[in-house]
Structures are given as structure tokens and as C-alpha cells.
Design a protein around this ligand. Structure first.
Ligand SMILES: O=C(CO)[C@H](O)[C@H](O)COP(=O)(O)O
Length: 236
């Protein structure tokens, strides 16, 4: 099966968890966008949901396709968030932010009772870190923040390039929140919680792409079909 079909298959399975009346967090990225397309069909056929989009791009797509949106100010608690991922491990820890939407994605996931991740099988890893870890930072003090990140990583035995994400025109990529992204290529991250805590202690770091203890399930589409990974600690 090609990559698009796998994304659609995972998104279609996630749709079976959506119930009438739900308040939904709606993720970002190409897999989440397939979910939006399928969700829009259901809405056109009478499904009553209200969504909070995790990026301006997803919000635009929702508006184009008629998926009703609200904000976390109006609806601060959500029933379910559905989002893609860049990596997922067996404990359902994630690296997210390849599309640069990690801050809103994490705020939305934390506001949701459950988060379901949708992905193709290439995203499943034993240990997180092959995918460079996106770290959202305030543009002020960028150089100092980079040094602090490298030092915090070194204390945990991690090292590797920490690169400012650039757009095709060579200018810095700016997130929906007006921040920069640093992509940290540390390789395998054995102690994700320690790195998460160390990054949160750096003032210039706004948020990072390690999603720990947030996902309740991951719907994984592979050549052999769909499998759903669950986490007993985040599943009722
Ligand atoms: O975290 C994300 C955006 O910030 C995406 O969910 C992640 O990058 C996966 O995207 P895709 O489904 O296109 O592979």
C-alpha cells in the first residue's frame, strides 16, 4: 500500500472513535489532514462535533471543508484529540513537531481527555530520537538558548547538531505562535523524561516535541493492516 493509503486507513480507523456531540482536538500534518477530510464527509452527513485546530493550516482546511471550529477559550476541555506523529515508541511516547505545530498540538492534547495518534508503520520506533527533536524557542536570545540546550543535552550524555529550522527562502521558519524551531539531532534518547525536564528548565525554550504520557492509543497502518497500540497508564 502506498503512503497516502496508509494515512487514510489510519485516519478512517480513528474516525470510528468519534461520537456525536464530541469536542475534538484536530491535529496537524498530512495524516491529520486525511482525518479532517474524512471528518468533513461525516459532518456533511449530519455528524455534530465541534473542533479545535492545532494549527492555522489545519484551521484553514477545516473552514474550507465545513468542519465547525471553536477555541480553547470557548471550550477549554476536549473529549478527544486526534493527531499524527513523527515517531512513536512502545510506551506511546512521541516526537512531534515535524510540521512545526508542536506547541498548539501539545496544548490541545493536554486539554483532551484522550489523545489518539494516527500514523503509518514507519513512525514506530524502539527508542525515540532518530527523528530530530523539534524545540520551539523564543527568537530573543537564540544563541544563548542553543548553548543552554547543548549543555543540558551533554549532561544527559546526548550530543549532536542543534539547527535553526529554515524555510525554502533561507529565512527562519516561524511557528503559529511567532517562535523559532531548533531541530536537535541527538540520536536515540534513552531517558526522555530527563531531557523533557531539562529542556523545560531553559527560559528560552517555549516547548519541545517530546509528548510523554499524553497519547492513550496509536492507530498504526501498515502493509499487514491496522493495529492499535494502547497505553494502560493513559487508557481508562
Ligand atoms: O507533529 C506534527 C506537526 O507538528 C505532525 O503531526 C507530524 O509531523 C506528522 O506529520 P505527517 O502526518 O505529515 O507525517
Amino acid at each position: 500500500m502506498d503512503a497516502l493509503k496508509l494515512k487514510i486507513a489510519a485516519a478512517a480507523e480513528a474516525l470510528t472513535y468519534v461520537r456525536d456531540g464530541m469536542r475534538l482536538g484536530i491535529g496537524s500534518g498530512s495524516t491529520a489532514e486525511e482525518f479532517v477530510r474524512l471528518l468533513a464527509d461525516k459532518v456533511a452527513n449530519g455528524l455534530n462535533i465541534i473542533g479545535v485546530a492545532t494549527s492555522e493550516r489545519t484551521a484553514r482546511l477545516c473552514r474550507e471543508l465545513g468542519v465547525p471550529l471553536t477555541t480553547l477559550d470557548e471550550v477549554p476541555e476536549l473529549d478527544l484529540a486526534i493527531d499524527g506523529t513523527d515517531e512513536v515508541d512502545g510506551a506511546l511516547s512521541l516526537i512531534k513537531g515535524g510540521g512545526g505545530a508542536l506547541l498548539r498540538e501539545k496544548i490541545v492534547a493536554a486539554a483532551a481527555e484522550k489523545m489518539i495518534v494516527i500514523a503509518d508503520a514507519t513512525k514506530v520506533v524502539e527508542t525515540l530520537g532518530q527523528f530530530a527533536l523539534p524545540i520551539e524557542v523564543n527568537p530573543f536570545g537564540l544563541g544563548a538558548t542553543k548553548v543552554a540546550i547543548a549543555r543540558a543535552a551533554a549532561d544527559l550524555g546526548l550530543a549532536g547538531p542543534v539547527a535553526l529550522r529554515l524555510k525554502e527562502d533561507g529565512k527562519p521558519f516561524i511557528t503559529d505562535g511567532g517562535h523559532y524551531i531548533l531541530d536537535a539531532s541527538f540520536g536515540r534518547i534513552p531517558d526522555t523524561r530527563a531531557l523533557s525536564n531539562a529542556l523545560h528548565a531553559i527560559p528560552g525554550v517555549v516547548e519541545h516535541g517530546l509528548f510523554l504520557g499524553l497519547a492513550s492509543a496509536a492507530i498504526i497502518a501498515g502493509a499487514g493492516g491496522i493495529r492499535t497500540m494502547t497505553n494502560p497508564e493513559t487508557t481508562e
